[in-house]
Design a protein around this ligand. Structure first.
Ligand code: ATP
Ligand code: MG
Length: 568
């Protein structure tokens, strides 16, 4: 760890364990997703932590699918999750595991508990078990089956496995303490009957182990040293330890909990994300508005920006909400340095330069990055008929409006100063459809030899050269910072304007040759990414990753800086 990396409590724990000689074989972590949905940015926090700690301490990190719930799991999620972890930049090498591969060994552990008199088969219904469980203030009541003899428990458990009973007819429970203050310790169910085909083990099993039982024992089988999980499992830790302490396991993992990531204006729960997809609110798991890793990737976020985000938000034991702007801030920082600049017009307004020859065409030099000459230059075609952004013209402009207005002069980026002389309207609607302008030929390149200044610099494209494209602009997915807040229905605050599709955009010709996934800054408009799915040669599609912080940052002729984007 270098001196600039902020430390956190997990690093301190690991440092201490190493110092005390508790990890003679190095540290070993794991990321244990359930394959019942796509990964979201909250998972990225857990991935970066687990893989990050392993890398930092030259240890190992496993990818383990926690797949003990046959109803919801699917191979398509297993594949998507692997793609996402790899995309984030992490490698589990040969350590890809599935909890379902341990079903036989977990069954053996359960038998071991029964033989020790520490587990019993209960004939009560799920509802009765709930009633007997007690509450936070009242102790639970022992099940009438709690003292079933070991031999009978063994016989019934084997017959459960053999499929002799219906779903829910019997369960296996750990025999701990029905009066424990911690409800998780009140004889938790560890096996249940589910006659559902499993996506990997098919119909081999009709009994499935519960999460708490599976998680700790899988960790122990894999020699995991530090089992890092989110805070909601804190109350499960005594149970985790109870299983490990009461069974003859090959290793002794320890569980540590950290706060989940909560991100404003979105939801980070697979169940809710599934609902958004299945109810058709979103185009799919990779809809660029989704907080999923596949959505963020398609939107144009880089793996590095997500790792950097996870580092910046830190790691604590207190529930925290992260401002939606933090993620945008990180990607802006990266792209302001790395993304080549281009010009595109989202909502075009026609401009005719009356004093420019009809058939003339010039190729003007444009810097690919105003602060980084190593990114080179390109040629941008200029001609008599151009398009500018509709918003960059105002007929009755206030004094502070530094863009184009009747009688005012502005700079066209990399080109000339132009002055607006006349406004052409549609006869019927009265809408402004064209501006008649003149240019000053002496200002070629964007500065005036007489030293005269203009306040505004506009982006533009040449009508005869520009290509048509679609731009997709995104806003927050929800209109409430915390859509899950108790007094509202989370779906009622979906932002109806989270996507705006503009079909009439005009782009610099060379942008039409972009590779899907390539990122650019469209000057004054934001950072955009060529869409990976819907891109067509005859219809380029660009997703806006993020706006520029200050859309109207003044761009000067000498190519000096649009302000550093997004600084806080
Ligand atoms: P969800 O509530 O979205 O279904 P989950 O915790 O059930 O999430 P898992 O597949 O079990 O999803 O998660 C794998 C790991 O990712 C777990 O160890 C969990 O602690 C961690 N994780 C999930 N969500 C977050 C989050 N928002 N912040 C940090 N870690 C998370
Ligand atoms: Mg889970």
């Amino acid at each position: 760890m270098d001196n600039t990396t902020p430390t956190h409590f997990v690093r301190k724990i690991i440092d201490d364990d190493i110092r005390q000689g508790r990890c003679p074989d190095g540290i070993h972590t794991r990321f244990p997703p359930e394959p019942n949905g796509f990964l979201h940015i909250g998972h990225a926090k857990a991935i970066c932590l687990n893989f990050g700690m392993a890398a930092e301490y030259r240890g190992k990190c496993n990818l383990r699918f926690d797949d003990t719930n046959p109803e919801k799991e699917d191979t398509k999620y297993v594949e998507a999750i692997q793609d996402d972890v790899r995309w984030l930049g992490f490698d589990w090498e040969d350590r890809l595991f599935f909890a379902s591969d341990y079903f036989a060994r977990l069954f053996g552990f359960a038998v071991e508990l029964i033989e020790q008199g520490k587990a019993y088969v209960d004939s009560m219904s799920a509802e009765q078990i709930r009633e007997y469980r007690g509450t936070l203030t009242e102790p639970g009541t022992d099940s009438p089956w709690r003292d079933r003899p070991v031999a009978e428990n063994l016989d019934l458990f084997h017959r459960m496995k053999a499929g002799e009973f219906a779903d829910g007819e019997l369960v296996l429970r750990a025999k701990i303490d029905m009066a424990a203050a911690n409800l998780n310790m009140r004889d938790p169910v560890i096996y249940r009957i589910r006659r559902t085909s499993h996506y990997r083990t098919g119909d081999d099993w009709c009994i499935y182990p519960m999460y708490d039982f599976t998680q700790c024992l899988s960790d122990a089988l894999e020699h995991v040293t530090h089992s890092l999980c989110s805070l909601e499992f804190e109350d499960h830790r005594p149970l985790y330890d109870w299983f490990i302490d009461n069974l003859d396991t090959p290793s002794r993992p320890r569980q540590y909990e950290f706060a989940r990531l909560n991100l404003e204006y979105t939801v980070l729960s697979k169940r809710k994300l599934i609902e958004l997809v299945e109810d058709g609110h979103m185009g799919g798991w990779d809809d660029p508005r989704m907080p999923t890793l596949s959505g963020l990737r398609r939107r144009g976020f880089t793996p590095g920006s997500i790792r950097e985000f996870c580092e910046r938000i830190g790691l604590t034991k207190n529930d925290t909400w992260i401002d939606a702007g933090v993620l945008e801030h990180v990607i802006r920082d990266e792209l302001s340095v790395a993304a080549p600049r281009r010009m595109a017009v989202l909502r075009p307004l026609k401009v005719v330069i009356d004093n420019y020859p009809d058939d003339k065409e010039e190729m003007l030099d444009a810097a690919n990055h105003p602060q980084d000459p190593s990114m080179g230059t390109r040629k941008v075609p200029f001609s008599k008929v151009l398009y500018i952004e509709r918003d960059d013209f105002m007929e009755d402009a206030p004094k502070k409006f530094f863009r184009l207005a009747p009688g005012r002069e502005v700079r066209l980026r990399y080109a000339y100063f132009i002055t607006c002389n006349e406004v052409v309207r549609d006869d019927k609607t009265g809408e402004v459809i064209e501006l008649r302008c003149s240019h000053d030929p002496a200002t070629r390149g964007g500065s005036a030899p007489d030293g005269r200044k203009v306040k505004g610099t506009l982006h533009w494209v040449s009508a005869g050269h520009a290509r048509r494209a679609q731009a997709r602009l995104y806003d927050r997915l929800f209109s409430a910072a915390n859509p899950d807040r108790g007094d509202q229905d989370w779906k009622s605050c979906i932002n109806p304007d989270s996507l705006e599709t503009l079909d009439g955009c005009l782009i610099e010709p060379d942008l039409a040759q972009a590779e899907p996934g390539q990122r650019f800054q469209f000057e004054r408009l934001g950072y955009f990414c060529a869409d990976r799915e819907d891109w067509r040669q005859d219809r380029p599609v660009f997703n806006r990753i993020v706006t520029l912080r200050d859309t109207w940052a003044k761009i000067t002729a000498a190519g000096s800086s649009p302000r550093r984007q997004g600084s806080r």
